[in-house]
Design a protein. Structure first.
Length: 232
């Protein structure tokens, strides 16, 4: 991190408008989020994918100890594979010139399908193989949500939007972990993964429909264009 900061070029920095500190600023940020439909759609999509789609700390342990019967060695392998996937996802996001809504919806859909399929994998290695693109998609998804939410919000509101993202992320983790654990205990880890994957697929389709209705386009048009979402 120190090396990355040292490599930054100050001449290319962009000064952002800042809003003066004033009473009720937090509530003002909350009101902005609540009255911005496109942002609510993005946050709802992120909440579903974060709670049921990226809580692999729970499902990896449940699959390793349960259906895969791989024990501590298998559980040690799975987080390593997941970590490698996150690095790939970071490179994937960095290679794109524009992080638009289209890859956001596509990645949520694709990772949801992959998660549902991961519940069907018969062995540790096949499960790990599916886990790799899931992890890559999750990181690319997080990066895209953060970029779109900030870039398409007024400069003075970006700090509050970041705070809203943090709240949604924390809430998704806090709710999703116990929920997936309950599903794993009740129906088994495989079914828990399949339920989470189907939920993410459904959320991506509903988000596409919602954004299309907000912009007055068809779903296909809505995910193909680069949005300036505050004008939607």
């Amino acid at each position: 991190m120190i090396a990355a900061v040292a490599a930054m070029r100050p001449a290319e920095f962009h000064a952002l408008a800042a809003e003066e500190r004033q009473p009720g600023a937090v509530l003002g940020g909350l009101r902005y989020v609540l009255r911005t439909p496109w942002l609510l759609v993005i946050l709802a999509l992120w909440f579903v994918s974060g709670s049921l789609g990226r809580n692999y700390q729970v499902t990896m342990a449940a699959m390793s100890a349960g259906p895969l019967e791989s024990g501590s060695g298998g559980y040690g392998l799975l987080p390593t594979v997941f970590a490698a996937g996150t690095v790939l996802g970071g490179f994937l996001a960095a290679t794109r010139p524009n992080l638009t809504v289209r890859p956001l919806l596509v990645m949520t859909f694709a990772t949801g399908v992959a998660q549902a399929l991961s519940g069907l994998m018969p062995s540790l290695w096949t499960f790990a193989a599916v886990l790799l693109p899931i992890a890559a998609g999750a990181v690319a998804l997080d990066t895209t949500v953060s970029a779109r939410a900030q870039i398409d919000s007024p400069e003075a509101m970006r700090g509050r939007v970041i705070a809203a993202l943090s709240i949604v992320s924390a809430g998704a983790g806090a709710l999703g972990g116990p929920l997936l654990g309950r599903l794993s205990d009740t129906f088994g880890p495989r079914v828990a993964l399949e339920i989470g994957g189907v939920a993410c697929v459904a959320a991506s389709l509903l988000a596409a429909v919602g954004l299309a209705r907000l912009s007055g386009r068809t779903v296909k048009q809505a995910i193909r264009v680069r949005p300036r979402l505050e004008n939607v």
